[in-house]
Design a protein around this ligand. Structure first.
Ligand code: NAP
Ligand code: ZN
Ligand code: ZN
Length: 347
C-alpha cells in the first residue's frame, strides 16, 4: 500500500480538504502514475455534492489525470517507466460483455468502474486524480502524444473525449452544421474539435460575453440563448446540437433548432429530468440522444487527433488550495475554460 497526498470532500456539504489516501500495491498488470495535473470537471462537483445520489466519503474526485509512469507491473506491455500518460473517467470494466468487446467500455453491461466513487474489484471505493499518485490497470491508461503539454492534456481525458465521441458518432464534418450549447469545459473542446473535423460551428451561450473567445476557438457564429430572437432566427438550422449545459434547459426549444433528421445529443448531466414536448421531435423526425465519455481506444484516437491538429484545452492552472474557489467559479459559469490542479501543490 502506498499512502499519498490528496484533496477530498469529507461530506456532500463541506469544502474539500487536504488529506491522504491509500493506493494499492502495483499488481502484475498495473502501472503507478505520478500525477502531474488533474482537471476539474463539473462532474466532480455534481458527484461530491451528491447531485447524482449518495456517495461514500471522504471522496477525492478527479478524472482528468495526466502524469508520468514511475513503476510498472511484471506483465505490463503497453506502457513503460517515463511514459507520459493519461487516465480518464474509467479505471476498469468487465472486458467480456458485448459492449466492452466493441471497445465501448463506458457502456459495460456490468457497469464500468469509475475513476472515483466506484466500488473497485477488491471492494474498496476508488479515489480520483486530486492526488499525487494513482495505480491503474494498464488497459485503462492512454498515451499522451508528445507535443501536447501534460497540463493542457489533462482536460482532454474527460472534456475532450466526451465531446469527440458524439461528434464522430453523429458524423460532424464538412457540410454539417453543429451547434454547441454551453461554452465551458466540455463546450470549448466541442467547438475546437468540431471545427477541426471540418463542421460549421455555432456556439449557443447564455450571453455574448465570451463571443470573442468562441470565435477564436473555431466557432463560425455565436448566439445568446437569453435573447428569444435567437430561437426564431436559428429555427431548423442545425444537423447536430451537442448540449454541454450542466443545468436544466428548455430542451424542446433547442430541438426546434434542428433540421430534418437532426439530433440533439445531451452530454450535460444535470440532476433534474429534462422534459421534452414530443411535437418538437415528431415535426422534424428529430432525435434527442445522450452520450457518455468514450471508450479507451477512442480516447487514444482523440488524443492522437488533437496532436495532429494542434489542439489542447484552454486552461487555468491552480494550486490545490484554490480548488474550492474554482468550484464556485465553475458553478457561476466563470471558467475559461478548464481549471487544472498542479499536483505538486497537493502537499
Ligand atoms: P462547465 O465547465 O461548468 O460548463 C457548463 C456550461 O454550461 C457553462 O460554462 C455555461 O456556459 C453553461 N451553463 C451553466 N449553467 C447554465 C444555466 N443555468 N443555463 C444555461 N447555461 C448554463 O461544465 P463541464 O465540465 O463542461 O460539464 C458540463 C456538463 O457535462 C456537466 O453536467 C457534467 O457533469 C457533464 N459531463 C458529462 C459527461 C458525459 O460523459 N456525458 C462527461 C463530462 C461532463 P455559457 O456560460 O456559455 O452559457
Ligand atoms: Zn468529467
Ligand atoms: Zn463489460
Amino acid at each position: 500500500m502506498l499512502t499519498v497526498n490528496a484533496y477530498a470532500a469529507p461530506s456532500a456539504s463541506e469544502a474539500l480538504v487536504p488529506t491522504t489516501i491509500e493506493r494499492r500495491d502495483v499488481g502484475a498488470h498495473d502501472v503507478l502514475i505520478e500525477i502531474k495535473y488533474a482537471g476539474i470537471c463539473h462532474s466532480d462537483i455534481h458527484t461530491v455534492r451528491g447531485d447524482w445520489g449518495p456517495q461514500s466519503y471522504p471522496l477525492a474526485p478527479g478524472h482528468e489525470i495526466a502524469g508520468i509512469v514511475t513503476e510498472i507491473g511484471s506483465e505490463v506491455t503497453r506502457h513503460k517507466v517515463g511514459d507520459r500518460v493519461g487516465v480518464g473517467c474509467m479505471v476498469n470494466s468487465c472486458r467480456e460483455c458485448e459492449n466492452c468487446r466493441k471497445g465501448e467500455e463506458q457502456y459495460c453491461l456490468k457497469g464500468m468502474t469509475g475513476t472515483y466513487g466506484a466500488v473497485d474489484r477488491d471492494g474498496t471505493i476508488t479515489q480520483g486524480g486530486y492526488s499525487t499518485h494513482v495505480v491503474v490497470t494498464e488497459d485503462f491508461v492512454v498515451q499522451i502524444p508528445e507535443g501536447i503539454g501534460l497540463d493542457a492534456a489533462a482536460p482532454l481525458l474527460c472534456a475532450g473525449i466526451t465531446t469527440y465521441s458524439p461528434l464522430r458518432h453523429w458524423g460532424a464534418g464538412p457540410g454539417k452544421k453543429v451547434a454547441v450549447a454551453g461554452l465551458g469545459g466540455l463546450g470549448h473542446m466541442a467547438v475546437k474539435l468540431a471545427h477541426a473535423m471540418g463542421a460549421e460551428v455555432t456556439v449557443l451561450s447564455q450571453s455574448l460575453k465570451k463571443m470573442e473567445d468562441g470565435l477564436r476557438l473555431g466557432a463560425d457564429s455565436y448566439y445568446a440563448t437569453s435573447n428569444p430572437a435567437t430561437f426564431e432566427e436559428l429555427a431548423g438550422a442545425f444537423d447536430l446540437i451537442i448540449n454541454t449545459v450542466s443545468a436544466p434547459i428548455d430542451i424542446s426549444s433547442y430541438l426546434q433548432l434542428l433540421a430534418l433528421d437532426g439530433a440533439l445529443v445531451n452530454v450535460g448531466a444535470p440532476a433534474e429530468p429534462l422534459p421534452v414536448n414530443v411535437f418538437s421531435l415528431i415535426t422534424g423526425r428529430r432525435s434527442f440522444a445522450g452520450s457518455a465519455i468514450g471508450g479507451i481506444r477512442e480516447t487514444q484516437e482523440m488524443l492522437d487527433f488533437c496532436a495532429e491538429h494542434g489542439l489542447d484545452a484552454e486552461i487555468e492552472v491552480i494550486p490545490a488550495d484554490k480548488i474550492n474557489d474554482a468550484y464556485e467559479r465553475v458553478l457561476a459559469s466563470d471558467v475559461r475554460y478548464r481549471f487544472v490542479i498542479d499536483a505538486s501543490t497537493l502537499g
